[in-house]
Design a protein around this ligand. Structure first.
Ligand SMILES: [Zn+2]
Length: 365
């Protein structure tokens, strides 16, 4: 079946990681000699007890005969009425006003802003869990505590945020239907968050990937064990999946100057960009412009590209950047989540796919 093929392909890193984790757990109990079909006592625990795949030092491969564990998620019981009891203080876009909402109402605004209500229900549920986790992590770091808030309504800082009045304007005749869909995505996952070693994870997400997500380390410079690259199945169904940016040599020069790069652009333009290398996830990791090294992300920002998954060519009069996907590439791909949901995967499948080795937990009241 296509689903199983796809599951196998998509989950290979996760499966391998889980298999390695199981091996570590099982070795002390060699008398058991067969891995159980599913980790029975604490289904979500094994991944926490060992290093995730991307961090693993060389470990002997598990015997090929060992059956892969089933990937049914931990049977976490939905927490009851957590979202209605918890409150979130939101710093509004004016930078001054703080609005206190129930977590349920806040999550509605985030999910409504972050994902089209027409996405598959399991993708919307995955988004609700990510958004809830994000708030829990934000509360702990206290990033907006100086202004008496837990989060802000700015998508450049926290997450996007859609006021119900604006939603009504956007959705028109569909307001009631879309509103109910999003309310359900939130209430169906009431209180559930994603955790790593008991703490809420940094449940970052982005719009669409060029076949693979990215390691946090290659994009942000520091490793986060559950934010490692995995395959992502979206493609040409994503609006604006492929985009191009054309810049004349003068425009490139002006941007390099503005950024204070100190690039030597005296040679022919065809030789300005050199040494492009890629990350394991496929983004540009580095390139040089006039002899000055740039990270893929720095180039993305400098040339206003939708992602750091790009190629650059010189067509004789301009540089053409051909870009795939949109966003930073770390964590859950929203279009990837929708593609998985449409293939029949659950929200648990989706979040466990994109956040390697995490567990489910409950939002702290
Ligand atoms: Zn913020």
């Amino acid at each position: 079946m296509q689903k199983q093929c796809c599951l196998h392909a998509l989950r290979r890193p996760f499966l391998t990681g889980l298999a390695l984790s199981l091996l570590v757990m099982i070795l002390p109990f060699a008398a058991l000699d067969e891995a159980p079909e599913s980790p029975s006592s604490a289904p979500s625990a094994p991944a926490l007890s060992s290093r995730p795949l991307a961090m693993a030092s060389p470990v002997p491969a598990p015997t090929p005969a060992a059956p892969a564990p089933t990937l049914q998620p931990a049977p976490v019981l939905p927490a009851k009425n957590v979202d209605s009891k918890a409150t979130v203080r939101v710093l509004l876009k004016d930078g001054v006003t703080v609005e206190t909402l129930s977590l349920a109402d806040y999550l509605w605004r985030v999910v409504a802003a972050e994902m089209p209500a027409t996405f598959a229900p399991e993708a919307l549920r995955a988004q609700a869990v990510c958004a809830r986790t994000y708030v829990a992590a934000r509360k702990r770091t206290g990033v907006h505590s100086a202004k008496g808030a837990d989060v802000c309504a700015g998508s450049g800082c926290c997450t996007a945020y859609l006021d119900p009045k604006d939603a009504e304007q956007r959705w028109g005749a569909y307001t009631e239907a879309y509103s109910a869909i999003i309310r359900e995505a939130v209430s169906d996952t009431d209180g559930i968050i994603l955790t790593w070693e008991g703490d809420p994870i940094q449940a970052v997400f982005f719009s669409s990937a060029a076949g693979s997500t990215e390691d946090a380390e290659t994009v942000w410079g520091y490793a986060i064990p559950y934010l490692v690259h995995v395959e992502s199945p979206e493609g040409d169904e994503v609006p604006g999946y492929h985009s191009t940016v054309s810049l004349t040599p003068q425009e490139v020069q002006a941007r390099a100057l503005r950024a204070g790069l100190g690039a030597d652009l005296s040679g022919p333009p065809s030789a300005w960009f050199q040494g492009l290398t890629r990350t394991a996830g496929g983004q540009v990791s580095a390139l040089t412009l006039g002899g000055i090294a740039l990270s893929g992300n720095a180039a993305r920002n400098l040339f206003s590209l939708r992602s750091a998954s790009f190629t650059v060519s010189w067509d004789g009069s301009a540089f053409v950047f051909s870009v795939t996907g949109y966003g930073h590439g770390v964590g859950m791909s929203q279009y990837g989540a929708n593609a998985l949901a449409e293939q029949g995967y659950s929200w648990q499948d989706i979040v466990f796919h994109y956040y390697t080795g995490v567990s489910l937990g409950t939002y702290p009241l």
